[in-house]
Design a protein around this ligand. Sequence first.
Ligand code: CP
Ligand code: NVA
Length: 299
Amino acid sequence: MSVRHFLTLRDLQPEELRRLIQRAGELKTAAKAGQHPVSFNRRVMAMIFEKSSTRTRISFETAMAQFGGHALFLSPRDTQLGRGESIEDSARVISRMVDIVVIRTAGHDRIERFAEYSQVPVINALTDTYHPCQLLADMLTWVERHGGVAGRRAAWLGDGNNVCHSWMNAAQLFDFELNVITPAEQKPDAQLLEKTASHVRWSTDVAEAAGADLIVTDTWASMGHEEEKEERQRIFRPYQVNQQVMAAASPDALFMHCLPAYRGQEVTEEVIDGQQSVVWEEAENRLHAQKALIELLLT
Ligand code: CP
Ligand code: NVA
């Protein structure tokens, strides 16, 4: 049987995703009661991080500890990957010793190449193009708060980036509507817009967020774009999530952000620290959702 990977949300069927979110909720309830019903004793996860991380690294390491397994953090500074060993050779070697691999890297093609040569499941922990693990946590959070997501409407404001792309995939797979609102020069991938057209509408007009059940944004300068920070602040300024945006949304609208957040830029302090913000639950849910994902891929 071929190995299953999780490189984008599309690697799972809508029904599998629905069950995974449900399972994540069960694992969360169990963990809150001090119970850890799943054991992956002696199983090892390799975590290759070619970019910085707080939440993703901690949630995967904690997940493996709670399963009774082990996680190895591998940075390019300390491995031969950082000295030019090929991704294909690294995949062949690493996947002969561990049970599952998590990778955060820049080019999406790098993770695809690793997966092609890996004997064990590979999980995308963020590439420049997608961040599917984030969406598992976001969907869990949305379901917990609103009881379901099908037929609802979310609005993405800001950069048409990796997290935005995963929201577009989620809209189609979880069957909700998504307004993607970005400056013209930072719109999401055109092919993905076409592919997700049944559920996603792109616009440059912030007024399109009116009435949405959920408002979501992300940093204006993703990892790798640090040197464009000033220029980006100018372009994105009209897309800030502030009280006006929240006031125009549905009265029980949620505010989400994958974090790290930059107060006063993509979101005001009032909004991220306000009543409608669910960002801390969203961050915690990374752990529970990824536990359900690991369980699915290891069994
Ligand atoms: N949201 C997220 O992926 O955070 P980290 O970059 O801290 O892992
Ligand atoms: N879009 C951001 C997400 C960080 C979790 C980045 O790629 O830096």
